[in-house]
Design a protein around this ligand. Sequence first.
Ligand code: AMO
Length: 429
Amino acid sequence: MKRTLISELDNDHLGKTVTVEGWIHEIKRLKSVDFIMLRDKTGIVQVTVKKTETPIGIDLGSLTRESVMRVTGEFPEKQISKKMKEITASKIDLLNVAATPLPLPVAENIESDLETRLNNRFLDLRRHENYAIFHTKSNLLWGIRSFLHTHGFVEVNTPKIVASSTEGGADLFRVQYFEMDAYLNQSPQLYKEILISSGFERVFEVGPAFRAEKHNTTYHLNEFTSIDIEMGFSNHEDAMAMLEGSVKSGIENALSHAHNSGNYQLRMLEVPELPFPRVEYSKCLSMVQNAGGKIEFGEDFGPEHLRVIGEKYPGFYFITKWPSELRPFYTMVDPDDETLTNSFDLQFREREITSGAQRVHDPEMLRRRFVAKGLNPEDFQFYLNAFRYGMPPHAGWGLGLERLAMILLDLKNIRETSLFPRDRTRIVP
Ligand code: AMO
């Protein structure tokens, strides 16, 4: 038995016997004929069951929505419906019966609230528009991966159970690791830098990052997918070029594989033009101050400030040269102005998608940066060691995949882009 996907039913199959498998989307019972709308991940087909011919030996009256079945039948030369492909059933195997009532509608166009949807995520994900989100996210990531591969990056996997913080002490999830205290990693930052000293020169990682941030917003998750790169013999300008190239390649790939199999409209950004504008922090600061914002040099932009900047830059843009006090210990100071750093964020309108920078590569400077940030260099000995025996200048970035997917698909809540989101109150399912 060869299964045909619904999207594969084309002119070559006309007049032939085919086998399709899927879930019962809807059942319509008429006098002399029954119609079953059968759904697989690629589409919906109308299965016609003629009552007189009783081809199947099962009681259609007992069929429930979302039950799983295999249908064998003819894909007739004459397709009557303009809207939907049709099959005339000669054999139906009921593979599994779905219980009733369904905790969440799949077929109807009823808007359920996000909480109910997430509680019943296995069913929610059966909706084609949700499959399309994850199909798009996969192609976005694939486009980024292939760009990095063609630019000499090797994909690595670094530990997620770690002994110390990378991005700041407060936002760590503590775990009991036998008789020791350990943490879930916030970012592969320290490990990707160590790999530069190990001579890998260009690495990237796609993996989970854990942040014990208490806020519950539409753009924060407590576990998100971080795409990280690190490149040796490079500075922040090189890293920015690699970032805009990656974003463009990801979007191009997502668009060229757009999944439009349901009766919904997938809205996506257009492929952006390069280079993205580079705007210095100090210029953004003036913009916000001129618009009446109360903010001083050295302070981070709040959501209302980023909205002001985003109005001037409605697409992707970099904010560069951030003040030293706002960036982590590993960030390289601007050699022309010690108050600034060779750092950047990639923004889309008011939303941050990526942080990156050239890094400190001199071990003595790194030690001073630890102290200046109130950290004890002894706690980072494993990291500092990698700097003592030949660390090249290097730069990199970390990109939040769910945030980029959210922007690409114009979704209002980041949870839509996570299969099983982890937020302040949710760890199930
Ligand atoms: P940063 O902490 O800015 O930098 O994180 C990088 C990117 O990760 C995404 N992100 C998040 N996405 C969803 N929910 C969250 N709670 C969340 N927190 C962060 C954002 C953000 O821009 N080590 C540095 C990167 C580097 O310099 O290489 C870092 O982790 O899109």
